[in-house]
Design a protein around this ligand. Structure first.
Ligand code: ADP
Ligand code: NA
Length: 330
C-alpha cells in the first residue's frame, strides 16, 4: 500500500529557524519522512503577504531550505521545494479564492491577529487570502495528512471545506486532508517572557534560541533565561513557567523524561541545570549549523537539490491542475 502523503510548509521570514520551529516543525518532519510520502515547502509566496525586501526573501528561502536538509530531511525520501518554483500554487489559489465566501474568509482569526500591526485597511488582500493559498498548497498535492498546531486548525478546516465544495460542484477531484499531530510538542516559550511563545515576530533576540547561532551566544541566552526567585528545579507551569520551559527544552532535546531530570537536579540549583540545558541546545544546533553553512557554501549544489524538489512537486501539481482546469471549464 502507498504511504500516506503529508504536506507542510514554513515561511522564509527570518535568517534562522528558532528552537520552537525546530521542535514544533522541522524535527517532526524528519521523523515523518520515515513513514510518509513527504512534501515540505518553503512558502515564499506566503512571505510576501507582508512587505518583504527581495534580497532578504531570496536569501531566507535558501537558508530555510538548507536548514531543512541540514536538520535531516533526506532529498531522496522527502520532496523539499520552494513554493514559488511551482506555478500551480497561485493558479489553484485563484480558483479556490473564487469558491470562498467573503464572510467565510473574514472569519479567519489569524488575519485579525496579523493585520493588527498594520491596521486592517492597510494590510494586503494577500494577507486576507493567506489561508486560501495555504489550502491550495495542501489540495494541490492531494495530501492525506497535514501536521498542524492549534493555531492552524481553522485553516485546515477551511481547506477541507474548499476541497469538499470543489468536489461537490465539479466532481471528485481532491483528497480531503486530515489534521495530524504526530507527537504533542508543547509550546516553547520566550526565554525572557515565559508567558509568550518563542516567536520570530514577537520575541526579543534574548528570548529566542536560533539554530544558526554560535555556541557562545546560545549558552549566554540560556544562562540568562528568566526563572524565578526560588532555587529548586521543579516542573510547575503556574509558579515556575521559566524553569518548566527549560525542563521541556532539555527533555525534548535529550529524550530524558522530565521527572527524571527533576530528580537528577534535586538540590543543585538553577546554575548547574541551566548549564546542562545550554549544552543540550549547543549539541543539537551545532551540527545543523555546520551542515547548513556547508550547503550554503555550494550554491550550485543547493540549486540542484531545490530543482529536483521542484521537479518532483511539479509533476504532482501539474496532474492536479490539469484535472482542475478541465473541471472548471478552462
Ligand atoms: P514564528 O511564530 O516564529 O513566526 P511560525 O509561525 O513561522 O513561527 O511557525 C513555523 C512552525 O514552527 C509552525 O509549525 C509552528 O507550530 C512551529 N513553532 C513556532 N513557534 C513555536 C514554539 N514557540 N513552540 C513550538 N512550535 C513552534
Ligand atoms: Na507566527
Amino acid at each position: 500500500m502507498a504511504r500516506p502523503r503529508v504536506l507542510s510548509g514554513i515561511q522564509p521570514t527570518a535568517d534562522s529557524f528558532h528552537l520552537g520551529n525546530y521542535l514544533g516543525a522541522v524535527r517532526q518532519w524528519v521523523t515523518l519522512q520515515e513513514t510518509h510520502d513527504a512534501f515540505y515547502c518553503v512558502v515564499d509566496l506566503h512571505a510576501i503577504t507582508v512587505p518583504t525586501e527581495p534580497a532578504a526573501l531570496r536569501r531566507r528561502s535558501r537558508v530555510a531550505a538548507a536548514q531543512m536538509f541540514a536538520a535531516g530531511l533526506d532529498p531522496e525520501r522527502s520532496t523539499v521545494f520552494v513554493q514559488s518554483h511551482v506555478r500551480e500554487h497561485t493558479e489553484l489559489a485563484w480558483v479556490l479564492i473564487c469558491l470562498t465566501g467573503m464572510g467565510e474568509a473574514a472569519r479567519m482569526t489569524q488575519f485579525k491577529d496579523k493585520s493588527a500591526r498594520f491596521g486592517e485597511s492597510a494590510a494586503s488582500v494577500g494577507l486576507f487570502t493567506y489561508p486560501i493559498l495555504q489550502a491550495a498548497d495542501i489540495l494541490l498535492y492531494q495530501a492525506d495528512r497535514v501536521p498542524v498546531g492549534a493555531d492552524q486548525k481553522q485553516h485546515l478546516e477551511l481547506t477541507r471545506d474548499l476541497g469538499q465544495r470543489f468536489n461537490h460542484r465539479f466532481g471528485d477531484t481532491f483528497v480531503l486532508p486530515e489534521p495530524y499531530i504526530p507527537k504533542e510538542v508543547e509550546k516553547i516559550t520566550d526565554l525572557q517572557d515565559p508567558s509568550a511563545k518563542m516567536s520570530k515576530s514577537s520575541s526579543s533576540p534574548a528570548g529566542i534560541l536560533e539554530v544558526l547561532e554560535q555556541p557562545g551566544p546560545l549558552r549566554k541566552k540560556v544562562m540568562r533565561a528568566v526563572t524565578d526567585t526560588g532555587s529548586e528545579v521543579l516542573f510547575d507551569e503556574v509558579n515556575k513557567p521559566g524553569v518548566s520551559n527549560l525542563l521541556r527544552i532539555h527533555s525534548a532535546l535529550t529524550g530524558t523524561p522530565i521527572p527524571e531530570l527533576v530528580t537528577r537536579f534535586e538540590g543543585q540549583g538553577y546554575g548547574a541545570f541551566k548549564k546542562e540545558v545550554a549544552e543540550a541546545v549547543v549539541d543539537a544546533f551545532a551540527p545543523i549549523r555546520e551542515r547548513t553553512e556547508k550547503l550554503l557554501s555550494d550554491e550550485a549544489e543547493l540549486d540542484r537539490m531545490l530543482a529536483i524538489g521542484a521537479e518532483r512537486a511539479s509533476a504532482v501539481a501539474r496532474q492536479t491542475m490539469e484535472l482542475v482546469r478541465d473541471r472548471v471549464g478552462f
